[in-house]
Ligand binder design. Structure first.
Ligand code: ATP
Ligand code: MG
Ligand code: MG
Length: 367
């Protein structure tokens, strides 16, 4: 099989790595100035709008997928007229716009936080008066890792925040006083087969994911899987996705959907029988999905900004280092560590120790 991947970041890199043992060949398209997947597969640095004209690439590809949510909807639709595109352009259109995404989830019966559409300073003022504080102003499109997002307090200067948000179409979301955050990663293939991974507990700092830990038997597993199955089946979704949830008073409130492989699923590379990347490829190629069960207690720590020069963690039993080949830059995800241990107690001890070490060396933001 030959897969054309739209986007050339670390998710593409890990897809290419997962494709190799399956005998799947990949090529990449990304208009960005650099691609950390380019050393592993041919990279075509062309504007998205030029892609529908590239008969050579479209004829080469058996299937097209994306790792970047910034591919314009009309480009994806034009590609879908020529080749199978998984997940579908309709899913990207809804998942890539926070307002449409909220309406979509609500329509499926999946709870979301109270929210308002905000297109002007006056609408922002009204929305804050209605929803109260804390609240989150988020751009409808293009935000990630907490970028394009402002946490509002009682004392916030709304005019200043609206200026910082450049007046872009946004939503205001009521702040959720969550007990914890979790995400469900799941895959569905072209035959309709679905596999869900164990619910993963996530810790964010300044809007950036720092740690993920799959839960062996989370009491909310069935509820989360129910929502995921509804979404996957209603959309006839093909590929891997993630749904992020807040846990509030013991129930799930959906935060957002990522119609792609997801950072909170990176632990599956060493912690699950089949990785989220392998299952994404199996799904879009029409192959049977692999087992999604947890092998042993596992956790993932992101490396943010830089990787400490002294790779002490490499000497640790049970620690698996992934560096994405990206130049260091504050707030940038440059790699991750997966920790896998025979028992939960050992895992917790190792995770706490390494997390502290990463904070001290500047590879994780301090608490
Ligand atoms: P990602 O990198 O996951 O795509 P993002 O920039 O799209 O991040 P969100 O997932 O919307 O941003 O928010 C990032 C984090 O900010 C959340 O995981 C949560 O910790 C916090 N947050 C966002 N919205 C709310 C809310 N309504 N109530 C409480 N906390 C929130
Ligand atoms: Mg997001
Ligand atoms: Mg998120």
């Amino acid at each position: 099989m030959k897969v054309l991947i739209l986007g050339g970041g670390q998710l593409a890199r890990m897809l290419v790595l997962a494709a190799a043992p399956l005998g799947i060949r990949c090529q990449l398209v990304d208009p960005a100035a650099e691609s950390c997947a380019a050393e592993l597969a041919p990279w075509h640095r062309i504007p998205w709008q030029a892609l529908p004209e590239r008969d050579d690439l479209l004829e080469w590809a058996d299937v097209i997928t994306f790792e970047s949510e910034s591919v314009p909807a009309e480009v994806l639709a034009a590609l879908a007229a020529r080749r199978p595109v998984y997940p579908s352009p309709q899913v990207l259109a809804k998942g890539g716009d926070r307002w449409l995404e909220k309406q979509w989830l609500q329509g499926l019966g999946i709870p979301v936080a109270d929210h308002r559409s905000v297109q002007s300073l006056a609408e922002l003022q009204t929305a804050v008066a209605e929803l109260g504080c804390p609240a989150f102003l988020k751009w409808r499109q293009q935000g990630y890792d907490g970028k394009g997002q402002w946490r509002l307090h009682e004392a916030s200067d709304l005019a200043e925040i609206w200026r910082q948000a450049e007046g872009r179409p946004a939503i205001l979301e009521a702040g959720v006083a969550f007990e914890r955050e979790v995400s469900l990663v799941a895959s569905r293939n072209t035959r309709g087969e679905i596999r869900c991974y164990p619910l993963t507990q996530n810790l964010h700092r300044n809007g950036i994911l720092i740690c993920s830990e799959p839960q062996a038997a989370d009491p909310l597993q069935a509820e989360a899987e129910g929502y995921a199955r509804t979404l996957l089946e209603t959309e006839q979704y093909v590929g891997t996705l993630a749904i992020e949830f807040f846990v509030c008073e013991g129930r799930l409130i959906a935060n957002e959907v990522a119609p792609r492989v997801h950072n909170s699923g990176h632990w599956t590379l060493e912690g699950a029988q089949t990785s989220q990347f392998a299952n994404h490829l199996r799904a879009i190629c029409g192959w049977p999905l692999g087992e999604t069960t947890l092998i042993a207690p596992t956790a993932m720590l992101n490396l943010i900004g830089r990787w400490p020069a002294e790779p002490a963690a490499l000497a640790e039993a049970g620690a698996h280092l992934h560096l994405y080949g990206k130049a260091p830059r504050p707030g940038r995800k440059v790699g991750h560590l997966t920790l896998r241990q025979p028992d939960q107690e050992q895992l917790t001890r190792q995770r706490q120790r390494l997390q502290q070490w990463l904070e001290e060396t500047g590879a994780l933001p301090a608490p």
